[in-house]
Design a protein around this ligand. Structure first.
Ligand code: TEU
Length: 523
């Protein structure tokens, strides 16, 4: 399957208030079906004060009125299913909103919910219990004056972390999974699933390098080795429990997992745990093809069928911009996406990727992402969260409101869906053709991986059954010599209006720079 990620706030606004909603998505589902995707993943649409744009949930089993109603969700899911699209919703198990009634109760030290969150006494000097830092800046602990204890939050103070060692918390999430399965969802994307369990003793994390003044929150976060707050071995027990909870519904468990080593990743997607997990580093990296090839090989060795390959999501700069911008950025991004489509697993694209969109420019006053507003505008995730450009009308057809919730300069006609549909050489057709190739040639993904290797540091070759992929991510042409004659069936350079030079079967093929070619052998 191929997934398509919809950022609910910015896909389509049917109510005219400038905020994306479920009914708007329902009206636009044909676009996703036309591309050929099989799954639609929705970012959180649950009631939320919106401090982290929906990742601070105050009720897991309802729809935020700004995004519509439960009836709208049913209509969305029914239409998605009628178009052959499976529905994946986002579950945020690591933390709730501080507005969630569970946390409100937990603030009382005598409440039965006290242990649902992570409360600790101050360090002997009165400061935070340990040196953990939050992803968005500052310590991972905030003092509750009333009780004299600190609560733990790996993200905002308004996103208190749940205590996953508490059985009742685990039961509460079993119920949440069942609720949405009963509502007809087909799977779950599991937010920061590698962070659920913390070391039971809460030791300090080792310091890799001292944080320096002026560093952004993310850079400060990576000054520490996250030995005790992330990637604890017993996360897998939770995943096994979830697996049992959703087994009667055969629902997909897709983790947002951040681990850099393939063998750690493999544990999370082992039999009876998660079905698949995102490999996140490519959505932050600039153009570093050798590193990308190394990471792909590591994962192909340890989890060849369980990786959800992505180049972007709602958490960072778009690949076209990270990869040099303009036509070059588009070409590089599509070369990688083409390679990823032949790696097995479950590739996803993020709304607008199919248009080759670069980042939006956001005026300093309009920044909305807490990662940016708390960090003097640094590390903004807003750049990829602006309205989907449908056409060249007011706010690119996203809303009839005078202003979108996240204002940005309008996209030119050639970067809109309508503009690209009128031009068969535009990126939208290249993405569609690639996705459809997986349908006409299912052996691209359904035959076991035979071999993945680096022919040069920036050249990846993958063999599976009668399929060969050569991803030449280097700046030079590459002469591929295959062990058996093969015919090119797809080249990523189609996104630049180029075709393969020689469509004949042969063992030797010229691959242009920054181009991935998929071949089929005769047998
Ligand atoms: O993102 C998690 C996140 O910030 C990771 O990229 C993190 O840096 C990495 O996993 C290391 O731990 C998710 C959501 O996608 C994001 O939008 C939310 O802000 C965040 O969780 C908090 O819910």
């Amino acid at each position: 399957m191929v997934g398509y990620q919809v950022y609910v706030l910015s896909f389509a606004d049917s109510s005219g208030d400038g905020i994306g909603d479920l009914a708007g998505i329902t009206q636009r589902l044909e676009h996703i079906a036309w591309l050929g995707a099989d799954i639609v993943w929705l970012n959180p649409f649950y009631p939320s004060p919106g401090r982290d744009h929906g990742y601070d949930v105050s009720d897991y089993c309802a729809v935020d009125p700004k995004h519509g109603s439960m009836e709208d969700f049913r209509e969305f899911a029914d239409k998605a299913h009628s178009l052959g699209l499976a529905v994946v919703v986002d579950v945020v198990p690591n933390h709730t909103s501080s507005d969630h009634p569970w946390f409100q109760e937990s603030r009382d030290p005598n409440s039965p919910k006290r242990d649902w969150y992570i409360w600790r006494d101050p360090a002997p000097d009165g400061g935070p219990p340990n040196n953990w830092v939050a992803h968005f800046g500052g310590p991972a602990w905030t003092l509750d004056e009333a009780s004299g204890q600190y609560w733990c939050h790996l993200f905002l103070p308004e996103q208190p972390d749940l205590n996953w060692r508490n059985e009742e918390v685990q039961q509460a999430f079993d119920d949440i999974f069942r609720f949405w399965c009963e509502m007809g969802v087909d799977g779950f994307r599991l937010d920061v699933a590698h962070a659920l369990m913390k070391h039971p003793d809460f030791p300090d994390n080792p310091v890799i390098s001292e944080p320096q003044p002026g560093m952004g929150a993310r850079d400060i976060f990576w000054c520490y080795e996250h030995r005790h707050d992330l990637d604890q071995d017993d996360n897998v027990q939770i995943f096994r429990r979830w697996h049992e909870a959703v087994a009667p519904y055969n629902a997909l468990l897709l983790g947002e997992i951040f681990v850099t080593e393939g063998h750690r990743f493999a544990r999370y997607v082992s039999e009876g745990a998660l079905d698949a997990a995102f490999h996140l580093p490519p959505m932050w990296a600039n153009w570093q093809p050798a590193q990308l090839v190394r990471e792909i090989l590591d994962l192909c060795e340890h989890a060849p069928e369980e990786v959800s390959w992505i180049l972007s999501n709602h958490d960072g700069s778009r690949p076209v911009s990270r990869f040099g911008g303009g036509e070059r950025g588009v070409r590089r991004a599509f070369a990688v996406t083409t390679a990823m489509s032949a790696l097995g697993g479950l590739p996803f694209i993020f709304q607008g990727e199919e248009l080759g969109l670069p980042d939006s420019e956001i005026a300093a006053d309009d920044l909305s992402d807490p990662q940016a507003t708390r960090n003097e505008g640094k590390e903004s995730r807003d750049v990829c969260r602006t309205p989907m450009p449908w056409d060249s009308s007011h706010i690119n057809g996203f809303t009839t409101a005078p202003k979108a919730w996240l204002p940005a300069p309008p996209r030119p006609p050639e970067l809109t869906v309508e503009g690209q549909m009128a031009n068969p050489d535009s990126p939208i057709f290249a993405y569609r053709n690639l996705i459809h190739l997986r349908k006409t040639h299912p052996e691209i993904w359904n035959t076991p991986l035979d071999k993945a290797e680096a022919l040069e540091p920036e050249v990846l070759q993958v063999s599976r059954g009668n399929i060969r992929l050569v991803a030449n991510l280097s700046p030079n042409p590459f002469t591929a010599t295959l062990n058996t004659p093969a015919t090119p069936i797809f080249t990523s350079s189609c996104i630049a209006g180029e075709d393969v030079e020689n469509k004949q079967a042969g063992t030797t093929h010229q691959i242009p720079p920054e181009t991935s070619v998929i071949f089929q052998t005769a047998t």
